[in-house]
Design a protein around this ligand. Structure first.
Ligand SMILES: Cc1ncc(C[n+]2csc(CCOP(=O)(O)OP(=O)(O)O)c2C)c(N)n1
Length: 326
């Protein structure tokens, strides 16, 4: 979580320095992200993230230079290998990853039906979405499909209080996203998203439920997005700094630190050492990002389908004629 906090802060600085064109910070959501990712078995489960899941990707072992390449816009889907890491590319379309996850999860059910279910149960998809995304029609279709077909998928909702400038209460009429679970026939757990251990436990339970073939589950982690929605956002236009301080709740990192110290699991010196390691890691990632360089523009046509369509080839020819990069 310390490494995630550092990288997240560093990425904002890189955007201000002109290294990254844009970035979506996650300050305050580290416990929700790291806690949930640690509940998975990534030799078989699969993560479907949004644009804000740096912490999930870091905890899942994704190379952070490769991860940042998406924010650099040097490579639209990120340079990491989803098949090897079991982490799908970042999804900028709100709720897009929810549909992908349900499709993948249903595939696991069909696979188990033909190949026979593994003794250790089903592989589980975990999809990340925000409270804002839960207003999308796609989410309702995805949840309904998952409920009806008992797809092994966990809908991990990070309710960070805001969808850009719109507060949760202006779009979730039933009080919480978790409350919707009953209507789709799936259990839902609401958890303190600032408490990494609680998030880990809740996600483990949801994953175990799906793995055992009981169908989907919702985990709603109550967090708070402490900074702007993205580096182009100015939260001062829709909330005050005082409100931010009041509503933010306990800092997940401070809470974990206190817990580890109180339980005698780690010493001050060990935890301070983690801070230093995290700072060095962020510096390494920065150097790696700067060394990436541009990608050949033609790749945007070449890597869409294994066999390109006629229309795509026509677009590529037009692009070649018009582009200086050809
Ligand atoms: C289909 C679609 N509609 C609108 C947008 C613009 N947009 C980007 S983020 C966002 C709000 C998402 O809020 P939430 O799901 O709560 O996630 P958060 O950003 O707070 O983590 C919107 C409307 C988009 N990217 N995709």
């Amino acid at each position: 979580m310390t490494a995630v906090r550092r990288l997240d802060q560093a990425a904002i600085a890189w955007q201000r320095q002109g290294i990254l064109p844009a970035y979506a910070p996650e300050l305050g959501q580290e416990a929700a992200q790291v806690g949930s990712a640690l509940a998975l078995d990534l030799s078989r489960d699969f993560v479907f993230p949004t644009y804000r899941e740096l912490g999930v990707a870091r905890a899942a072992g994704v190379n952070m230079v490769e991860y940042m390449s998406t924010h650099l816009a040097t490579w639209h889907g990120g340079l990491w290998d989803p098949a090897a890491s079991h982490v799908a590319p970042i999804q900028a379309v709100v709720a897009g990853s929810v549909l992908h996850a349900v499709g993948w999860a249903h595939g696991q059910t069909l696979l188990a039906r033909t190949a026979g279910a593994a003794a250790e149960g089903l592989a589980v998809a975990v999809t990340y979405l925000g409270d804002g995304a839960s207003s999308q029609g796609d989410v309702h279709e995805a949840m309904n499909f998952a409920g009806v077909f008992a797809a092994p998928v966990v809908f991990f909702v990070q309710n960070n209080g805001w969808a850009i400038s719109v507060p949760t209460e202006k779009q979730v009429a039933g009080g919480s996203v978790a409350a919707r679970g009953a209507g789709y026939g799936m259990p839902s757990l609401q958890v303190d998203g600032n408490d990494a251990a609680a998030v880990l436990e809740a996600t483990r339970r949801a994953v175990a439920h799906a793995r055992a073939g009981h169908g989907p589950a919702i985990v709603e982690a109550m967090t708070y997005r402490r900074g702007p929605h993205a580096t182009s956002d100015d939260p001062g236009r829709y909330r005050t700094l005082d409100e931010e301080r009041l509503d933010g709740g306990a800092d997940p990192l401070v809470r974990l630190r206190e817990r580890l110290l109180t339980a005698g699991i780690a010493s001050e010196a060990t935890l301070d050492g983690l801070d230093e390691t995290a700072t060095a890691e962020a510096e390494d990632v920065r150097a790696g990002v700067l060394a990436l360089g541009p990608r050949p523009g033609a790749e945007m046509f070449d890597f869409v389908f294994t066999e390109p369509t006629d229309e795509l080839q026509r677009q590529k020819a037009v692009w070649r004629e018009e582009s200086e990069h050809a």
